[in-house]
Design a protein around this ligand. Structure first.
Ligand code: GLC
Ligand code: CA
Length: 543
């Protein structure tokens, strides 16, 4: 079967401001990123996905765009961007950009004109009302409506008041946003990731959301977001964006689907379209928010696979620019991180890793005076600032860790030297070496990329066993997600598959792990292994 390039791919997400600084101002930039493409290539990933690069007053660090058609000065220029595409493509790396079509900055010329008058071309570019029309809440706190002193009306914003929502019911707005999308596709990008795309359409009559019964700590979560999110029109619009993207060859359309905590694979999957005519991939945070245990990870995975069916693909995420890093969540436990990574690299669909994840990088400690994230500032000390997972990449040991020759805009993680690429590249059992190994394992194996996944019932609830199968072959993955030695029987799987298992890879290669007999396997704490399943009859015939 012919697959699209993103099916089964590994995508490396880069927070551009924190990857590589090229001019000593302490902020990562495009030229810096270009100089690190060799590293990205060696990691073995298929694509990079960049945080927003458009012009922005950086209230929300690029997620508040003031000009969609230029690159913000701190990050570089349009010609740097073109060079990035060219250099990435030379190395066989695809480039995906973040597009923010739900809102702009208050400094965008559209908004400046829109707020200036209730009449004229731009009056209807945003969502305006004489009164506060409903109970909508902004995801980042407070009401979703702010009175604008110039126009004397309220405008709607799903996030901060500095980020007014665009009016997707205005055909001119839609035309503008499609033109923006084309502008970037024409420059040769390989795909876009649409920010909070299920928020774009709001209820036509702006009805209030129903209240949720029970107590929720966040005011935002005390209502069901049925009138400010997931309107039928959002699906229609996504379908139109997809048609546009499909006019170009080989481009991928990815969407971020905002959902209630901890996430909702079914909702994310609904944006793939029943005919596969909406997003190519959607992102959901259920796995990242799930407890690290065999039953909960299995539950999330099964939900994803059930929701997507056999022909549409899940998108897997463990780390992002919004969450505390997985390394910190598992208190720096390298065994757990390796096992989690092996889980990811043996799932069907597209795997998204976040820069530094391959180093096991923990959160940066960010004191209030160093905080940049507006959400962190607003909710400190009740919430961890999102800055913690946006700390600079650690390339080498020493001052600036080769990220910058100046003062980094955000603090490095503690013990940064320990995590440096320089150190880890030399060590055989480092996280980086491990990631390179298993990314290669996946890239060389169509079955691991795209084979159908079947979870086996396992009497031992600490162990996950699943098979992957396609016309290219069969694999079996066994993960001991516990701190104790576990034994489990493979009799059922091997009988069902009529196969024998040959080990291809294990997290504990020097193998205190021994196979106990034909059917039983013993796993040391946090051990994970991948097997080739070979037809029993064929094997006995050949021996
Ligand atoms: C999305 C982004 C987040 C941003 C928000 C508002 O949720 O992931 O970083 O703050 O949109 O643009
Ligand atoms: Ca810089």
């Amino acid at each position: 079967m012919a697959y699209q390039w993103w099916q089964g791919a590994v995508v490396y997400r880069i927070y551009v401001r924190s990857f590589q600084d090229s001019n000593g101002d302490g902020v990562g930039d495009l030229m810096g990123l270009i100089s690190r493409l060799g590293y990205v290539e060696n990691l073995g990933v298929d694509a990079i996905w960049l945080t927003p690069v458009f012009d922005s007053p950086n209230f929300d660090f690029g997620f508040d765009v003031s000009d969609f058609l230029t690159v913000q000065k701190e990050l570089g220029t349009l010609s740097d961007f073109d060079l990035l595409i060219e250099e990435a493509h030379k190395r066989g790396i695809k480039v995906i950009v973040d597009l923010l079509l739900n809102h702009t900055s208050i400094e965008h010329p559209w908004f400046i004109q829109s707020r200036s008058s209730t009449e004229g071309e731009y009056a209807g570019y945003y969502i305006w009302s004489d009164e506060i029309p409903n109970n909508w809440i902004a995801a980042f706190g407070g009401k979703a409506w702010t009175l604008d002193s110039v126009r004397g009306q309220y405008y709607m914003h799903s996030f901060f008041r500095q980020q007014p929502d665009l009016n997707w019911r205005n055909p001119k707005v839609v035309d503008e946003l499609f033109a923006v999308t084309r502008f970037w596709l024409d420059r040769g990008i390989d795909g876009v990731r649409l920010d909070v795309i299920n928020s774009i359409a709001k209820d036509e009559t702006l009805r209030s959301n129903p209240k949720v019964l029970g107590t929720r700590s966040r005011v935002y979560d005390r209502q069901r977001h049925i009138f400010d999110r997931n309107r039928p029109e959002s699906y229609t619009r996504v379908r139109q964006v997809r048609r546009l993207v499909d006019e170009y060859d080989d481009r991928v359309l990815i969407g971020e689907i905002m959902a209630e905590f901890p996430g909702e694979p079914e909702l994310a999957a609904s944006y793939l379209g029943q005919k596969g005519d909406q997003l190519n991939l959607s992102l959901d945070s259920s796995l990242a928010n799930a407890r690290f245990s065999a039953p909960s990870w299995k539950r999330v995975a099964k939900r994803w696979y059930e929701a997507t069916g056999r022909l549409r693909d899940p998108g897997w995420v463990l780390n992002s620019h919004e969450l505390s890093r997985f390394s910190t969540r598992v208190k720096g436990d390298q065994d757990k991180m390796k096992l989690a990574a092996l889980f990811l690299m043996t799932q069907r669909g597209t795997i998204f890793i976040y820069y530094g994840e391959e180093l096991g990088l923990p959160d940066s400690v960010v004191w209030p005076k160093e905080m940049k994230d507006p959400l962190g500032k607003r909710f400190w000390p009740f919430m961890k600032s999102r800055d913690v997972s946006r700390g600079p990449m650690v390339w080498s040991t020493g001052p600036g860790n080769w990220f910058t020759s100046g003062e980094s805009w955000l603090p490095f993680t503690k013990s940064a030297n320990f995590y440096s690429v320089e150190n880890q590249a030399l060590e055989k059992d480092s996280m980086l070496t491990f990631y390179r190994t298993i990314i290669a394992l996946r890239s060389d194996d169509l079955v691991l990329q795209m084979g159908h996944c079947h979870f086996m019932e396992c009497k031992n609830s600490n162990v996950l066993i699943y098979t992957r199968s396609s016309e290219d072959g069969r694999r079996m993955v066994i993960l001991n997600m516990s701190k104790r030695v576990q034994t489990c029987s493979l009799a059922d799987v091997l009988e069902r598959e009529e196969a024998v298992a040959l080990r291809l890879f294990s997290t504990h290669i020097d193998g205190r792990a021994k196979e106990t007999g034909e059917d039983d396997v013993e796993l040391v704490p946090w051990q994970g292994s991948v097997y080739d399943l070979v037809d029993q009859r064929r094997k006995s015939r050949s021996s």
